[in-house]
Design a protein around this ligand. Structure first.
Ligand SMILES: [Zn+2]
Ligand SMILES: [Zn+2]
Length: 370
C-alpha cells in the first residue's frame, strides 16, 4: 500500500540514482558518505516501488515529484560554469584551456568506451589493464554510480520512449536532456529496471570496490586531482583551475552525454530504422566522441563502434582500435555489411548514403509518425 511508504523509502528508491543528487551530496556529504546504506539500497531489490499520483506544488502540477535540491544544484552549476566561461581570459591561459580539453576527452572516453560500450553493452572484451583505465576514466567524468548508469541505459534501450525509459524523449526535449534528473523516476522505470539482469555488474569485485568508495573516488578523480594538476604542473592559479575543471569542463561533459538522450533522440534521419526515435546526429557525435550515430546504435547496440560510418568523429572507436592492436581489447563485435544492408533496405527511411533512396527529411518524419 502506498500509505505505508515513508518519504525516506521513496528517496532511497529514487534519488540516490541521480546526477543531481550526486552534485548535491558533494556539498552536503549526505547519502553517499554512508557506503553501507547505499550498498544495501543499490544492490538489493527489496524497496517498494512508489506509485505516484499527480503531485501539486503551489500553482504548478507535475506528474512526478520534483527534486528541488537537484534543480537548485544543476542550475547553480550551470550559472557558475557560464559565468566562468565568459569571464575566462583565454589568451593568457591557453595551456589550461588545452588541458581542460584533455580532461574532457578522458572523461568522455570513460563514458563512451567504458560505461556505455563496455559495461552496458559488452560490445567487446577488455583485459584487466584496460578495464582499470575505463574505470579510472569513468571516475574522471564523475557522473552517476556505474551500477545506476548501466541499469538506466539498459532499461533505456529495452523500453525506449515508454514510461519505463528514464529519459523518455516522447516527454519532450527538456525532460530527455536534463529534466529527468530533476524529478523522481516514473514507477515503470523502477519496475522494469528490476527485471534486468545486472549480475555482471553486481558480481564484479572491481565494480563493487568502485561502487563502495564512489564518493571518495569521484571527489578525487573528477574534482581534486584534475584541478590540482595544472596548479602544480604549470603554475596555474587555483581560481581558474577550479572554475575551468570543476564547472566549465564538468558541465560541458554532462551536456555532451545528455545530448545523446535529447538531440540524438529528436533530430536527425533514420537510415537504419525509421520507426524509432533515435537519429543520426553529427553534431552530437562531435561533442559525444562518436555517440551521435544513434539510429544505428539503437539498431545494433552490440556493435563496439556504435556507428557504421563517420570514423572521423568517432574518437572512441579510434581509441578502441588502438587498444585492440595492443591486445587489451578483443572480441570486438560488429555486424557484417550484408546484415546492415538488409536492415537498411527493410527498415530504413531511405536516407542511407549507399543503400538508401532519395527522400526528404520531412517525408521521413511523416513516415515515422504513421
Ligand atoms: Zn538512446
Ligand atoms: Zn547504448
Amino acid at each position: 500500500m502506498i500509505t505505508t511508504i515513508t518519504k525516506t523509502q521513496l528517496e532511497d528508491a529514487n534519488i540516490a540514482n541521480d546526477i543531481a543528487n550526486n552534485i548535491a551530496n558533494l556539498s552536503n556529504g549526505s547519502t553517499l558518505c554512508n557506503n553501507n546504506e547505499v550498498q544495501k539500497v543499490k544492490f538489493s531489490r527489496g524497496n517498494p516501488i512508489p506509485s505516484y499520483e499527480k503531485y501539486k506544488f503551489l500553482i504548478w502540477e507535475f506528474d512526478r515529484p520534483v527534486i528541488w535540491t537537484g534543480v537548485f544544484f544543476i542550475a547553480l552549476w550551470h550559472v557558475i560554469a557560464l559565468y566562468s566561461l565568459v569571464t575566462f581570459p583565454l589568451f593568457s591561459h591557453i595551456p589550461l584551456a588545452l588541458y581542460g580539453f584533455v580532461i574532457g576527452g578522458i572523461s568522455g572516453f570513460g563514458i563512451t568506451a567504458g560505461a556505455h560500450r563496455y559495461f552496458t553493452h559488452r560490445a567487446f572484451k577488455a583485459k584487466t589493464p584496460l578495464k582499470i583505465i575505463l574505470l579510472l576514466c569513468y571516475s574522471v567524468a564523475g557522473q552517476n554510480k556505474l551500477y545506476d548508469w548501466v541499469r538506466d541505459h539498459r532499461v533505456h534501450h529495452k523500453f525506449s520512449e515508454t514510461d519505463a525509459d528514464p529519459h523518455n524523449a516522447s516527454r519532450g526535449f527538456f525532460f530527455s536532456h536534463v529534466g529527468w534528473l530533476m524529478m523522481k523516476k516514473h514507477p515503470d522505470v523502477l519496475r522494469k529496471g528490476r527485471t534486468l539482469d545486472m549480475s555482471d555488474i553486481t558480481d564484479d569485485p572491481m565494480i563493487q570496490f568502485h561502487h563502495k568508495y564512489w564518493f571518495w573516488i569521484k571527489l578525487f578523480f573528477c574534482f581534486i586531482i584534475p584541478t590540482a594538476i595544472p596548479v602544480y604542473l604549470f603554475g596555474e592559479e587555483w581560481y581558474y583551475c577550479i572554475t575551468t575543471i570543476c564547472f566549465v569542463r564538468y558541465i560541458i561533459s554532462l551536456n555532451s552525454t545528455w545530448a545523446v538522450n535529447s538531440f540524438a533522440h529528436i533530430w536527425g534521419n533514420h537510415p537504419y530504422d525509421k520507426k524509432i526515435f533515435p537519429s543520426e546526429n553529427l553534431a552530437v557525435s562531435l561533442f559525444a566522441m562518436g555517440e551521435g550515430y544513434h539510429n544505428y546504435h539503437h539498431t545494433f547496440p552490440w556493435d563496439y563502434r556504435a556507428a557504421e560510418l563517420g570514423s572521423m568523429l568517432n574518437i572512441t572507436t579510434a581509441w578502441l582500435n588502438f587498444f585492440q592492436k595492443i591486445g587489451w581489447a578483443y572480441d570486438m563485435k560488429a555486424p557484417s555489411s550484408e546484415l546492415i544492408q538488409k536492415v537498411v533496405e527493410n527498415n530504413g527511411d531511405g536516407s542511407h548514403y549507399k543503400w538508401g533512396h532519395e527522400i526528404s527529411l520531412a517525408q521521413a518524419e511523416m513516415e515515422k509518425n504513421q
